[in-house]
Design a protein around this ligand. Structure first.
Ligand code: ZN
Length: 69
C-alpha cells in the first residue's frame, strides 16, 4: 500500500515544477543536468547537484549549503 502511494505520487509529480506544476525540462549547466521549469523558469537541483556546481565553502552558496546539511 505504501509502495503504491509512493508510486502514485511519483507519477503525479515527476518532472513537474513544485511551484507552478508545469513540466520541467533538463538543461545542461557547467556539465550538470539541472531541471528548469518551462513556465516560471525556476531551476531545481537534485540531490548532490549543488555540491557539483563547485560551490566554495564560505561563499554565498557555501552558506546556503550549510542550511541543507
Ligand atoms: Zn514553475
Amino acid at each position: 500500500m505504501e509502495a503504491e502511494e509512493r508510486q502514485r505520487l511519483k507519477d503525479l509529480h515527476y518532472m513537474r515544477c513544485p511551484k507552478c506544476g508545469a513540466a520541467l525540462v533538463a538543461i545542461a549547466y557547467r556539465g550538470i543536468e539541472l531541471d528548469k521549469c518551462s513556465s516560471c523558469q525556476g531551476v531545481w537541483l537534485d540531490c548532490g547537484e549543488l555540491e557539483q556546481l563547485g560551490v566554495a565553502e564560505g561563499g554565498l552558496l557555501g552558506g546556503l549549503l550549510k542550511i541543507f546539511r
